[in-house]
Design a protein around this ligand. Sequence first.
Ligand code: ADP
Ligand code: MG
Length: 244
Amino acid sequence: MQLINFNQVSKSFFNQNQQTKVLDKISFIVNDHEIVSILGPSGCGKSTILNLINHLIEPTEGEIITNCKLGYMFQKDCLMPWRTIYKNVTIGLEITKDKSKDSIEFAKDLMRKYQIQEFSSYYPNELSGGLRQRVSLIRTLVLKPNLLLLDEPFSKLDFQTRLIVQDDVYSILKKEKKSALMVTHDIEEAIALSDRVIILTNRPTKIKKEIKFDFGEETPTERRKSPKFSSYFNEIYETINQSK
Ligand code: ADP
Ligand code: MG
């Protein structure tokens, strides 16, 4: 089943008297149970793609069909420092005025399952960066999205923490049977986490190539150790450096 159909989408921004064409006829699909990465340089329009999918902004041309409930996870964990972990995890329920026992129980179950229950009464600044990202993911899952939009979710973490959090997020997404569209500028992150990568050019941004990864049940860390990893890395690196 197609969850997202991004069809011939162009997007220009108008500032003062200037027009910047950011996206130039981009098309791709995300299917159910897939983790897809969009890989491109800074400023090429990756966050713009997610904002279009979320209908926060409108395309200049083309159409975007979304066929699922979306969740969003950002670069920064965006936890509210004045709320406890429990109050952060359940904020979505407060906003949607869902006080049902089932929803609250579901939130608590997720907290138990992914071991953040014991930090319920802590405040975000008392937790490590990695743990905060886990809380941020659980907060998103409380609203039962089918597909998560991930905007460079690991880029603010130091290298070692990043490896741990990537394994963590990947295993939660797989266990909860979620689909995801992740944007990143990090080649290794794309290979470690996704089933397929869509490689973008510089602005005005087009799709350069799409590569499907042939991994089995490996975790991101296991993928990094596989010989296939470096051959995919080289293939992507060469694609990025080709002038056409
Ligand atoms: P990326 O996430 O790939 O780094 P963005 O999608 O944030 O890139 O931005 C792509 C380009 O579009 C940048 O040049 C940025 O300045 C411009 N841009 C993004 N959002 C807006 C906006 N709301 N108004 C004007 N220009 C914007
Ligand atoms: Mg961005």
